[in-house]
Ligand binder design. Structure first.
Ligand code: UDP
Ligand code: MN
Length: 296
C-alpha cells in the first residue's frame, strides 16, 4: 500500500484502478490533501480498471441535456464519440434530456448500450436550462435511472470524446478540475463570494475549482449532490440572487463541504483553445463555444 507523496497519508487501494501509480507523474499533483486520487494518464492501469468493472457487472449511466439549439449543434457528435470512447466494454445507458424527443438522432449503439430520451420543459433563459438540470437529475436518479445504473456521469453536451474514458474514472463521487483554472492560485478562483448566496465560499475556502461540465458518482452520492445544488439555487432565487457561475457555483460549494472521492485531471475535460500542454493527454474536448448561435 502506498502513501501519498504530498501528505504522507496512506492511500487506499482504488476499486477501479488497482494500486495507483502516483509516482508515474511527478510533474503534476496526483493526490488531494484529503487522500483522494487525482487521475492522470499513466497513474492507472486501464486493464485493471476494466476487469474490476466487469467483475462487478456494472451499469454506467451518462446523462446529457440537449435543449433548444444545443441539440442540433452538439448532440450527435457527443453520442457518436461516446460510442467510440466512453466505457467501451461496459454496460452503458445514455439518458438524453430534451424538449424535442423526436429530434434526437437515432445512432446505432454497441452491444450492451442503450439510449433513453426524457422530455423536459424548455426554460426561457440559458442560465435556467443549465441550473434546472440539478432538479431534473435529482428526480431522474430517484426513478428509473437510479434503479438501473450503479454509477452515473452527468455531462454538458458541448463537448466530444477524443480518447478512452473508462472505469478508472469511477468512484462514489467524482469532480472534474477546470481546464482553464487548474493551476491558478486559490484567491483568483471564481467562487461565489456574496455571503447571502447559498453557494458562497468565504476567503480562504475552496480546494480546487471544479467544472460543472462533468461530475459523477454513485446514485446515492449524486442524489445528495443534486439535492444540495437544487436547494441552494431555490434559496438564492427566493432571495432574488443568482450565483456567479450558476449551477457550477453550487457544485463547488457542495464539493467544498463534501470532498470528492476522486478528482479527474483536466485531461478528462480539456479545452483545445488553451493549446498544447506537455502534461495533458486529452480524452474529452470542449467543442468551440458558439454562444450567439445556440443561446437566445
Ligand atoms: N444547455 C442546453 N440548452 C441551453 C442551455 C444549456 O441544452 O439552452 C445544456 C447543455 O447540455 C449545455 C449545458 O446545459 O452543454 C451547460 O450550458 P453551456 O454549455 O452553454 O455552459 P458553459 O459550458 O458555456 O458554461
Ligand atoms: Mn458547456
Amino acid at each position: 500500500m502506498g502513501t501519498c507523496p504530498l501528505t504522507r497519508m496512506p492511500l487506499l487501494r482504488d476499486n477501479f484502478t488497482g494500486l495507483l501509480h502516483l509516482w508515474a507523474r511527478p510533474e503534476v499533483l496526483t493526490c488531494t490533501s484529503w487522500g483522494a486520487p487525482i487521475v492522470w494518464d499513466g497513474t492507472f492501469d486501464p486493464d485493471v480498471a476494466q476487469q474490476e468493472a466487469i467483475q462487478q457487472n456494472l451499469t454506467i449511466g451518462l446523462t446529457v441535456f440537449a435543449v433548444g439549439r444545443y441539440l442540433e449543434k452538439y448532440l450527435a457528435r457527443f453520442l457518436e464519440t461516446a460510442e467510440q470512447y466512453f466505457m467501451v466494454g461496459q454496460r452503458v445507458v445514455y439518458y438524453v434530456f430534451t424538449e424535442r424527443p423526436a429530434a434526437v438522432p437515432r445512432l446505432p449503439l454497441g452491444t450492451g448500450r442503450q439510449l433513453r430520451v426524457e422530455c423536459v420543459l424548455r426554460e426561457r433563459r440559458w442560465q435556467d436550462v443549465s441550473m434546472e438540470r440539478m432538479r431534473t437529475l435529482h428526480a431522474a436518479l430517484g426513478g428509473r435511472l437510479g434503479r438501473e445504473a450503479h454509477f452515473v456521469f452527468c455531462m454538458d453536451v458541448d463537448q466530444y470524446f477524443s480518447g478512452a474514458f473508462g472505469p478508472e474514472t469511477l468512484a462514489d463521487s467524482v469532480a472534474q478540475l477546470h481546464a482553464w483554472r487548474y493551476h491558478w492560485p486559490r484567491r483568483l478562483l471564481p467562487y461565489e463570494s456574496d455571503p447571502r448566496s447559498a453557494a458562497a465560499l468565504a476567503p480562504g475556502e475552496g480546494d480546487f475549482y471544479y467544472h460543472a461540465a462533468l461530475f459523477g458518482g454513485s446514485v446515492a452520492a449524486l442524489r445528495r449532490l443534486t439535492a444540495h445544488c437544487a436547494r441552494g439555487q431555490r434559496q438564492d432565487r427566493a432571495r432574488g440572487l443568482e450565483a456567479r457561475w450558476h449551477d457550477e457555483s453550487h457544485l463547488n460549494k457542495f464539493f467544498w463541504l463534501h470532498k470528492p472521492a476522486k478528482v479527474l485531471s483536466p485531461e478528462f475535460c480539456w479545452c483545445p483553445e488553451i493549446g498544447r500542454r506537455a502534461e495533458i493527454q486529452p480524452r474529452l474536448l470542449w467543442a468551440p463555444k458558439e454562444y450567439p448561435l445556440v443561446r437566445d
